[in-house]
Design a protein around this ligand. Structure first.
Ligand code: FE2
Length: 424
């Protein structure tokens, strides 16, 4: 007998009336209208069954700290960095763990079951690193948390930057980060990329750098990152996060750059909510959007995903762990409103994000881990439009969260009724 049989589901690829059979935490069958005995049966009612959302770029050590010790009055990147500096002396491991665990509850409720979080390694105490390792241990039964050693103040620019980052890796952080555009010079930025990639290659770790998070078209560290990925044989294990300077670069240079990124199999993560709010702040009009060239990177066969980056922290007051909001903003900013473009935006927070994170056993297919989310929507486009309610969330076949279907009761003159914002 099966553990779980979900029937009458629509899949993201458009197949309808599908049944998904689960045994021992794995998907053992997916086919149309499967008949089988199961301990638990769920009628999906024609709604969309998706693999879970994945966030390939987040800052779990800063999340939910909004207002501490004060709010960001200007809402800018620079005031956010200053504010994080003011907050650091007041951080405690207990508070960091408690805020992160609360965010993980929100994430699970939103069907977000895998998060790659950068963790600041600048302080020699490595307090955020120890706290996030503890969070990773505590959430492991229900959420895949990957940690990136992130030298927020610059691995070369800050005293002891490399030692602190190396120690974070020794403690068990999974991925090597970096911030080359924040180093003192272009040359030091390039040097930081080289030494961090060499460090990752020596240890057999992936690389994920904040790279060119700037409106300066001459910020070209992604070129060095692609070069080093290829030189060190790290194809498929290196990601460039943000890459916002590419928005402002000359088209001729980009026509050379994108094939280099593709050749090195370096993936890209855009952070639409944050890029659209923090970039272009020195512009008058026209104002640049400041998000990287998402459709052009995708057209070159490069893996591109979207991250949330921030939720209620010194840089961003908004957010709730809803990757459908991220996908929707990405779609708007990149003008990806074609049918294929909208689907690609949904995939940027599901399958493509899982690819960036190199997750094992991800997806709706036989043999994959039975991690799924049932959405109150009939297709991915409707899911993004409605930020659809997560009716049920499973991880490895275990039900983790349930929400009642969203419906509004109407009391109109002469009649009453309900609406769920779905056309009949
Ligand atoms: Fe970030």
């Amino acid at each position: 007998m099966l553990d779980l049989l979900i029937h009458n589901a629509t899949l993201p690829d458009g197949r309808e009336n599908m049944s998904v059979a689960v045994q021992d935490g794995r998907i053992v069958d997916i086919q149309s209208q499967l008949v089988a005995e199961a301990a638990d049966r769920v009628d999906a009612g024609g709604m969309l069954l998706s693999p879970p959302f994945c966030d390939p770029h987040f800052h779990m050590d800063a999340t939910l700290s909004y207002g501490l010790p004060r709010v960001n009055q200007s809402g800018t990147l620079l005031e956010g960095i200053a504010l994080w500096g003011e907050l650091k002396p007041h951080l405690t491991e207990e508070a960091l763990v408690s805020r992160a665990l609360q965010y993980c509850d929100w994430a699970v409720a939103k069907g977000l079951l895998a998060i790659r979080s950068h963790v600041d390694t600048s302080d020699p105490s490595l307090l955020p690193v120890r706290a996030m390792l503890e969070v990773k241990r505590r959430v492991a039964p229900y959420l895949d948390l990957q940690l990136v050693a992130f030298p927020q103040d610059g691995v070369l620019r800050a005293p002891g930057g490399l030692d602190n980052l190396t120690q974070a890796l020794d403690l068990g952080v999974d991925v090597v980060g970096g911030i080359p555009h924040f180093e003192r010079t272009m040359a030091e930025g390039a040097q930081s990329v080289r030494l961090l990639c060499e460090l990752a290659a020596e240890r057999g770790l992936p690389v994920d750098m904040h790279c060119d998070e700037s409106d300066d078209p001459l910020s070209r560290h992604i070129e060095t990152l692609a070069f080093e990925a290829r030189r060190l044989g790290m194809q498929g294990r290196v990601n460039g996060s943000h890459l916002t300077s590419m928005h402002s670069m000359d088209n001729y240079y980009v026509s050379k750059l994108i094939p280099l990124i593709a050749e090195a199999q370096v993936s890209a993560v855009a952070n639409p909510l944050i890029n659209i709010t923090l970039q272009g702040r020195h512009d008058s009009y026209p104002k640049r959007r400041g998000m990287t060239r998402v459709p052009e990177l995708m057209a070159a066969g490069i893996t591109v995903a979207f991250g949330h980056d921030c939720v209620m922290d010194p840089w961003y007051s908004m957010g709730s762990g809803d990757m459908l909001e991220v996908a929707s903003m990405g779609m708007h900013v990149a003008q990806m409103t074609s049918q294929a473009g909208m689907l690609a935006c949904f995939e940027a927070v599901t399958t493509q994000a899982a690819k960036v994170m190199q997750l094992d056993g991800y997806g709706l297919r036989r043999g994959a881990r039975a991690s799924m989310v049932l959405l109150q929507a009939r297709n991915p486009v409707e899911a993004m439009r409605l930020r659809a309610t997560r009716l049920k969330v499973w991880k490895d076949g275990q039900l983790l969260a349930e929400s009642a279907p969203s419906s509004t009761l109407l009391h109109l003159p002469g009649r009453s009724g309900t609406t769920s914002f779905m056309r009949d």
